[in-house]
Design a protein around this ligand. Structure first.
Ligand SMILES: NC(=O)c1ccc[n+]([C@@H]2O[C@H](COP(=O)([O-])OP(=O)(O)OC[C@H]3O[C@@H](n4cnc5c(N)ncnc54)[C@H](O)[C@@H]3O)[C@@H](O)[C@H]2O)c1
Length: 253
């Protein structure tokens, strides 16, 4: 039987949706994580918000599960709790993050270790904890990296290096876990959130920074949520191992 235009349109529409998918979002109580959670719910997913503390506002369609990405046992407990609610997950977004802004020479060894432990090793632990289920049923992972993992910015070398490592882990895992699991990263530029509020409170810094962004604004958390939803969906079925930069053109020049 031949496909009608209607059949084809229905199939294209269904590809973009996350109906019935179960997706865990680490750092889901933060600014970008909460926007991602809201967007995934709007696309039809059931979302599990994994974070240290409850989100300020509970998003309908999400469930909070306490977890600390620096402690593997809390991720295993979160996985068990999610399973009790009806099964494993089909998607994982690693959106936790932590920044200490220092010049290289001023970092203490403890500060360095802490940034790497949360940002990079946290992604390692989370992928190890949730990977086996994703590999069994198939699924998609999106790791939130940063544009400063690609370009050299004076915003803290530990943070930039940890994000470069997150991007690279995403590429290697994409190769190791294909074809069952797709693994991609999203690398935002500056996004309006607690991580950047202090910097942008300085009008001189804000004006200078704005000049460097061709789109002439800093991103809102929702600007990051859209690309994450796309990468999780079947619209991106042939995309894996990619680092999608979402920075309004900042890193182009
Ligand atoms: N805001 C930006 O400009 C920007 C730019 C590029 C990348 N990012 C990345 O986006 C992600 C989200 O950042 P945000 O701007 O929403 O910041 P945010 O501070 O609002 O959110 C970060 C979240 O991570 C959680 N978290 C921290 N340590 C954790 C741990 N050990 N275990 C579990 N959760 C933990 C925090 O509780 C918080 O809810 C981070 O990975 C960040 O590095 C942000």
């Amino acid at each position: 039987m031949q496909d009608t235009d209607k059949d084809q349109n229905a199939r294209i529409q269904a590809r973009g949706m996350l109906t019935g998918r179960r997706i865990a979002v680490t750092g889901g109580a933060g600014a970008i994580g909460a926007a991602i959670a809201r967007h995934l719910v709007a696309l039809g997913a059931r979302v599990f918000v994994l974070d240290l503390t409850q989100p300020a506002q509970q998003v309908a369609g999400t469930r909070f599960v306490q977890a600390d990405v620096t402690r593997r046992e809390t991720l295993d407990a979160a996985r068990a709790e999610i399973k009790r609610e009806g099964g494993s997950i089909d998607g994982l977004v690693n959106c936790h993050g932590f920044q200490i802004r220092r010049k290289f020479e001023d970092y203490t060894e403890e500060e360095w270790a802490r940034v790497v432990d949360v940002n990079f090793s946290g992604v390692f632990r989370s992928c190890q904890a949730f990977g086996p289920a994703l590999r069994e049923h198939g699924g998609s992972i999106v790791n939130i990296s940063s544009v400063v993992g690609t370009i050299a910015a004076r915003t803290g070398v530990a943070y930039g290096a940890s994000k470069a490592a997150v991007s690279h882990l995403s590429r290697v895992l994409a190769v190791e876990w294909a074809p069952k699991v797709r693994v991609n990263a999203v690398a935002p530029g500056v996004v309006s959130s607690a991580l950047t509020a202090e910097l942008f409170a300085n009008p001189e810094y804000a004006a200078k920074r704005m000049e460097m962004i061709p789109m002439k604004r800093i991103a809102e958390p929702e600007d990051i949520a859209g690309p994450v939803g796309f990468l999780l969906s079947d619209h991106a079925a042939m995309m894996t191992g990619q680092v999608l930069i979402v920075d309004g053109g900042f890193s182009l020049q």
